[in-house]
Design a protein. Structure first.
Length: 339
């Protein structure tokens, strides 16, 4: 069997006919006509996207596919609290179209389905995501080649259950992927890592290497871990436009000023160069911020036309005078009311 060029093979498993039809209709609207959709089965060797009922994750056939880094993975679940929403990689019934789902399909399905389609992310990053041959064979051995962006995306999108996370200095954490929480190694004083960062399904004895007294948000912990790991900055491109999905929460108080400024720009979508010119923050800091966001699965690259944060034009003399006058008025008001 040979995979046709620009075809996307999708498997929907363990889901009723009504919900399956809803999903097919939504995906037909999201996926451009330049791609041919093939609705297929679990035996297909060329699966691009697997959509599965969250209650079927433990089945052997599903587990084998979840270990493959070249397959994007979506769960379908029922929860009245989140009905109709798309959160992380979970669709909560009833299935509905959303910008979040569109962005996810673009990033994890379309951008990896064909190198001929123009991606919304820089080529250097796309090449890393497409490098599936070098991406994590499930093994306990740490190698210098194990760490790349595809490796991190696999943790967010394909890993299930509890994962043991470590590097050449020892245990970092145990992560509960479904609930997006992490328990840290209390003996690890410095929360940073390097290119030996790795993980595998947690064994019983490995669960005892972390403390469960304090629960951390998995995405927040990963952001802080890689924000403090400056050696990995070069994995972020030097140029590009990026939009974050949520504001990072830096643990180190000395970093909060820069992180707050950068978050305020990139929450609207911003160009690296424009942010550097406006905020006078070093390029290295901006790249470290973006890489930490990428590692934490926070946001995605966007076209320049979608940037909400724009370069400010210089104020005219009149505007400067008016601006100073308004500041004086507000200053007097604050002083009058004791603010």
């Amino acid at each position: 069997m040979i995979k046709e060029q620009n075809s996307i093979h999708i498997v929907i498993s363990g889901i009723g006919l009504k919900v399956s039809n809803e999903l097919k209709s939504i995906l037909r609207d999201i996926i451009p006509e330049s791609f041919q959709i093939k609705w297929t089965n679990l035996a297909d060797p060329y699966i691009n996207l697997l959509i599965v009922n969250s209650e079927f994750l433990d089945f052997d056939g599903i587990q084998k596919l979840l270990c493959r880094p070249d397959i994007a993975f979506l769960k379908v679940s029922k929860d009245n609290q989140f009905e109709g929403q798309f959160i992380e990689n979970t669709i909560y019934t009833p299935c509905r179209m959303s910008d979040e789902l569109k962005n996810w399909v673009q990033k994890y399905v379309l951008n990896t389905a064909s190198t001929e389609n123009e991606p919304n992310i820089p080529e250097s990053i796309l090449n890393t995501l497409l490098d599936t041959q070098k991406t994590i064979a499930e093994t306990d051995k740490i190698t210098s080649h194990a760490f790349n962006l595809a490796h991190l995306q696999h943790l967010h999108q394909h890993a299930v259950g509890k994962m043991f996370i470590y590097d050449n200095y020892g245990t970092l954490a145990v992560a509960d992927i479904a609930n997006k929480i992490a328990w840290l190694n209390p003996d690890r004083e410095e929360q940073s890592t390097n290119k030996t960062f790795n993980y595998h399904s947690a064994k019983t004895d490995e669960l005892t290497k972390v403390s469960r007294k304090k629960i951390h948000n998995l995405n927040d912990w990963l952001w802080n871990l890689f924000w403090c790991s400056s050696d990995e900055t070069n994995l972020s491109p030097q140029t590009g436009c990026y939009k974050i999905s949520f504001w990072p929460q830096p643990w180190n108080k000395t970093d909060r000023n820069d992180v707050l400024k950068l978050s305020a720009c990139f929450i609207h979508g911003a160009d690296f160069k424009v942010v550097q010119e406006q905020l006078h923050i070093p390029e290295e800091t901006i790249r470290r911020f973006i890489f930490a966001c990428m590692a934490a699965n926070n946001g995605h690259f966007i076209p320049a036309s979608e940037c909400g944060y724009k370069k400010r034009e210089p104020l005219t003399t009149t505007e400067t005078i008016e601006d100073n006058g308004i500041k004086k008025i507000f200053g007097k008001l604050r002083k009058y009311f004791g603010l």
